[in-house]
Design a binder for this molecule. Structure first.
Ligand SMILES: Cc1cc2nc3c(=O)[nH]c(=O)nc-3n(C[C@H](O)[C@H](O)[C@H](O)COP(=O)(O)O)c2cc1C
Length: 235
């Protein structure tokens, strides 16, 4: 089948104005919870999926990469770049992710803190698009999260000069081996160039797929007084 012939109808459910929370962070949390649970929908499917998962020791696991999101940044000339990162927290401040501050995205965020995030949960036929300003997390918070990562990932953060050119894979593995010897125990400190960001949203859109491409879209926009205005958008 050709790429142009790939298509699907979206007909799972609708989104109504009265279904929406007044606060978009709460609305996001509700949708995130449903996306985390979405593999367990349907009674029979649920029974067999849970049986299979308990067999694999995966009972209660969320769908793979439910917290994966596209992060779009732009340099000071407005040239965009985008990549996937993992959401590691969401609260009244906004959306938290961790990365290398010296990576391409890190440099772009220093030049231009405006960024956007996109989540797509195909099983629920839902998309969430977020825009706002990014700032670094308090250092203590990044340190606490870094300490919670597996040792291999902590050493990996030291081994990778993220987004720099490498001569070959062997060079990366050699660096990793040296660092493994340098940090033999569990005490791997956080690299100074590694940490978290929080994107504070000023716009969040919730998209629910509907038949005939007549999708439901609601946009929350932050007013100067801090309240959120909700509008339905044309699909
Ligand atoms: C599923 C998935 C999750 C990822 N999570 C992260 C992450 O949380 N942080 C991160 O820095 N890179 C993550 N990456 C790698 C980024 O997509 C990207 O390659 C890297 O951050 C360098 O991007 P940059 O050169 O645009 O700065 C992830 C990639 C995938 C596919």
């Amino acid at each position: 089948m050709g790429i142009a012939q790939l298509r699907r109808e979206y007909n799972l459910t609708g989104l109504r104005r009265r279904d929406l929370e007044t606060d978009p962070i709460r609305q996001f949390q509700a949708w995130f919870e449903q996306a985390s649970d979405s593999r367990r929908s349907g009674r029979f499917q649920k029974f067999f999926v849970n049986l299979y998962k308990s067999f694999l020791g995966l009972a209660g696991a969320a769908p793979i990469d439910v917290n994966a999101m596209t992060l779009a940044t732009a340099d000071k000339e407005g040239r965009p770049s985008a990549r996937i990162v993992l959401l590691k927290g969401v609260d009244e401040r906004g959306f938290v992710f961790y990365t290398n501050y010296d990576s391409r995205k890190g440099h772009e965020l220093t030049e231009n803190p405006q960024a956007a995030l996109v989540f797509y949960w195909p099983a629920l036929e839902r998309q969430v698009c977020i825009a706002g300003e990014v700032s670094k997390l308090p250092r203590a918070e990044s340190e606490a999260y870094f300490r919670s990562r597996p040792r291999g990932a902590r050493i990996g953060a030291w081994a990778s000069k993220q987004s720099d050119v490498l001569p070959d894979r062997a060079a990366l593995e050699e660096t990793w081996r040296k660092l493994e010897t340098q940090y033999p125990g569990d005490d791997v400190p956080i690299p100074p160039y590694w940490g978290g960001y929080v994107l504070t949203p000023n716009r969040i859109e919730f998209w629910q797929g509907r038949p005939n491409r007549l999708h439901d879209r609601f946009r929350y926009s932050k007013s100067p007084d801090g309240t959120w205005q909700i509008e339905r958008l044309s699909p």
